[in-house]
Write a protein that binds this ligand. Structure first.
Ligand SMILES: *[C@@H]1O[C@H](CO)[C@@H](O)[C@H](O)[C@H]1NC(C)=O
Length: 474
């Protein structure tokens, strides 16, 4: 089967390799979305499903851009199409089911007598009787185009004789996934790994073994609470392992449905959604609040709490104190915090959960919205330079899926430091569309790296009022 040789997005892959040369994690965190979006500029309006379908249509796999469709369905012969219907990750005894729904990821569900040679990074399905020999090559990071992530070979062996002997045998299933890639950026840690891993493993209620390639040793430490919530067993570092580990079922690669999102129909059994993910986080981190405090009923006179996310490097608020005063004037109790300094994720989760509103400039810090109580408010300040579509895809849509009230505030050129530093005649001020057309590097240079904002608090006041009114009506 030629499924895995088929690599949609060749130009994207090229761009990624190119970008990897000057790789700085924080700068790259919207890359794939940006590429999706930049291809979408020809299409009017904003719709994620249409974007994906359009990209596939562009590759001539389907003709109707309005239809949401997976490449797996298109590429697979009818017999396998049947297996892939419904959850998209169904499996049958003694079978390998390949899945590439949703553009970002590719995964294989391998069911039966499955043997993993860690040294060779091969996952072999041993057939009960003689069988057709087939092979898939999977990059187990949820963005399949990441060039630094090692490939795993999934092989359906022709017969039992070719099977490697097991050195460790398990009765539970396993999930193989890679770190590396864009991990190290808080948004990517969730979007690329934790949400896809939740989708892959929640159904096992802890009875699952995680096997990790491209290990980053800090990762299982930083996200220990989440990993322990999904699996009762210590992770196995496949980079440093010489065993042949045998399982009754193995998921190779994890599936990113969309940016920081879950598409319920694609999740195992069709039953997971983002509110399940945030409920899970509240459970494992023991976060006390599942709703913002009602201002009327619970504590009359209590003001809702607003957290302003302080950024130290780029995309700073230049008039933070003035914004905090405006929030207080709107009725909030407002504080500014730099969440990522000397704070563990566990402490961070608890701190954020105590707030009713989160305010920040577009950036990874807004990922903390996952810890807010449902019904709380996320206010995203969108930097100057036609950044609205990216901002909406990465945080706006996910926030709504989580059950948050989402508000955005797009800054004008006058509120951007770019106007002072570049002058009114600079193309980055006069023609943002041209900057976007000139590519990812230029776009990030101006609009993400070199820009900070000075909010016009009079112009911002209605947004704060809207946030306050929403919380009062809870
Ligand atoms: C596992 O893979 C390594 C590297 O390819 C190979 O040398 C070794 O023989 C394999 N182990 C088994 C039990 O087949």
């Amino acid at each position: 089967m030629s499924c895995c040789e088929e690599k949609p997005g060749k130009s994207m892959k090229k761009a990624l390799i190119h970008l990897n040369i000057g790789f700085v994690v924080g700068v790259l965190f919207v890359l794939l979305t940006y590429l999706v979006v930049s291809q979408q500029t020809a299409i009017s309006g904003f719709n994620v499903a249409t974007t994906v379908a359009q990209l596939i249509a562009d590759k001539q796999l389907i003709k109707d851009p309005g239809e949401t469709i997976s490449t797996a369905e298109v590429q697979q012969p009818p017999a396998e199409k049947q297996l892939n219907q419904g959850s998209g990750v169904s499996a049958e005894k003694g079978k390998v089911v390949y899945n590439t729904k949703g553009y970002y990821s590719e995964t294989c569900e391998v069911d039966g007598d499955v043997r993993i040679n860690s040294t060779a990074l091969t996952v072999s399905l041993v057939p009960a009787s003689s069988s057709e020999h087939r092979e898939w090559r999977i990059r187990p990071y949820s963005r399949k185009t990441m060039p630094d992530v090692k490939m795993v070979t999934v092989t359906q062996l022709p017969d039992k004789a070719a099977a490697p002997a097991c050195t460790v045998t398990y009765s539970m299933p396993a999930v193989i996934f890679a770190l590396g890639g864009l991990t190290g950026n808080f948004w990517h840690d969730f979007t690329d790994v934790l949400v896809p891993l939740f989708i892959a493993s929640r159904r096992y209620a802890g009875e699952v073994q995680f096997l990790i390639t491209n290990m980053r040793l800090w990762y299982p430490v930083a996200y220990k609470t989440i990993l322990q919530g999904l699996s009762k067993y210590d992770v196995v570092d496949l980079d440093d392992d010489a065993h042949v580990r045998c399982f009754p079922h193995v998921t190779v690669g994890i599936h990113q449905h969309r940016d920081l999102s879950i598409i319920p129909e694609w999740s195992p059994g069709g039953r997971l959604a983002m509110p399940d993910f945030t409920r899970f986080l509240r459970e494992v981190y023991a976060l006390p609040r599942a709703a913002p405090a009602s201002l009327v009923r619970d504590e009359p006179g209590r003001r809702p709490r607003l957290l302003l996310i302080h950024r130290g490097h780029s995309r700073r608020f230049m008039n933070e104190q003035e914004i905090l005063r405006a929030a207080e004037a709107a009725g909030f109790e407002a504080v500014a915090t730099d969440l990522r300094r000397d704070v563990t994720v566990d402490e961070q989760a608890k701190a954020v959960n105590s707030f009713d509103a989160l305010l920040g400039v577009h950036g990874a810090g807004l990922t903390n919205a996952v810890f807010l109580p449902p019904g709380a408010v996320l206010i995203q300040v969108v930097p100057y330079g036609k950044m609205d579509v990216i901002a909406t895809l990465e945080f706006g849509e996910p926030a709504k899926e989580m059950g948050l009230r989402y508000l955005d505030y797009s800054v004008t050129a006058e509120e951007s430091t770019l106007l002072e530093t570049l002058g009114p005649e600079h193309p980055a001020i006069k023609d943002p569309d041209a900057v976007h057309r000139s590519g990812w590097n230029r776009m990030t240079e101006f609009y993400l790296d070199k820009q900070s904002v000075r909010i016009d608090v009079a112009r911002f006041a209605p947004t704060l009022a809207q946030a306050f009114d929403h919380l009062r009506q809870q």
